[in-house]
Design a protein around this ligand. Structure first.
Ligand code: UDP
Length: 256
């Protein structure tokens, strides 16, 4: 009886609360539960707000994309979606790297290099940033990454290869949704058997998505840049991505 009570308590124990998600332990040490929140932040937390319905939308889009990616052999942490805004995932130790893949120049690439926004890159660019808010997530060189012992050279190669494969799949997927995948951020983790899994989320919070049906530079934005730039219709842009993704990939209803 006492053991049961302790187990129930630990089932709801919070492991980590981030800007957009809360990760909970479950009764199974190999499984975590992630609750996606409506709250939104940008510029390293200096802009804070809420995007109504975002939790459900990001959880559902991520679940659909993780299912697609696992069907083409990309191992992900996703297990199931017991609630519209909740995911059961394999417990992983996150590698503190933000892996950014870019197809078109935008955001920090434009600010740091002077490339014109919208320039199509000759081949996709894969970049690594240190996942560290207090250092403002700096761009890393390969040598710095290895110097910090964030991962081994072999693992790094595996991550880069996986990121490029994911980009190829997602670019085609979004194209079928009439959406241009400009760039996006991935995170990877290691499970208890040291297997590399794609983790975190893939959503309008972590991707730049441009509506292929318009060339208007503001109207086409369907992602968190609407929030970052204080543009109108943030919710409806997220909703539109949600509908187009689900029309392309019918994700099953919630399941335990
Ligand atoms: N990104 C993210 N989390 C971060 C930083 C970037 O999800 O902490 C995503 C961002 O939404 C974009 C891509 O990674 O799709 C590249 O972002 P960039 O380096 O251009 O930085 P930003 O301009 O967003 O600050």
């Amino acid at each position: 009886m006492e053991i049961q009570l302790i187990e129930t308590m630990s089932a709801a124990e919070k492991l980590y609360e981030g800007k957009a998600k809360i990760v909970y332990h479950t009764e199974d040490t190999e499984i975590h539960r992630i609750v996606f929140k409506d709250s939104a932040t940008a510029f390293n937390g200096s802009l804070m707000g809420k995007i109504e319905g975002k939790g459900e939308i990001n959880c559902t889009i991520s679940a659909a994309l993780f299912e697609c990616l696992s069907s083409i052999g990309i191992p992900t942490h996703y297990i199931s979606r017991p609630q519209k805004n909740q995911m059961r995932v394999r417990a992983v130790k996150i590698i503190p790297l933000e892996v950014v893949v870019r197809n078109i120049a935008a955001g920090s690439l434009v600010h740091q290099t002077g490339l014109p926004e919208g320039k199509v890159l000759q081949s996709p660019l894969v970049e690594f940033y240190l996942k560290n808010d207090s250092l403002s997530d700096p761009l890393l060189t390969r040598d710095r990454l290895l110097l910090l012992d964030l991962t081994s050279p072999e693992r790094l190669e595996q991550i880069e290869k996986m990121a490029r494969n994911i980009n190829q799949y997602l670019t085609d997927f979004f194209q079928r949704c009439r959406i241009i995948l400009v760039d996006f951020k991935l995170e990877f983790g290691l499970d208890s058997q040291a297997r590399l899994l794609l983790a975190d989320e893939i959503s309008p919070d972590t991707c730049r998505l441009w509506d292929a049906t318009t060339t208007d530079p503001q109207e086409r934005i369907m992602d968190k840049d609407r929030f970052r730039r204080n543009l109108p219709q943030v919710e409806s842009a997220y909703q539109e991505v949600f509908e187009r993704v689900l029309a392309q990939n019918k994700i099953g209803d919630i399941s335990p």
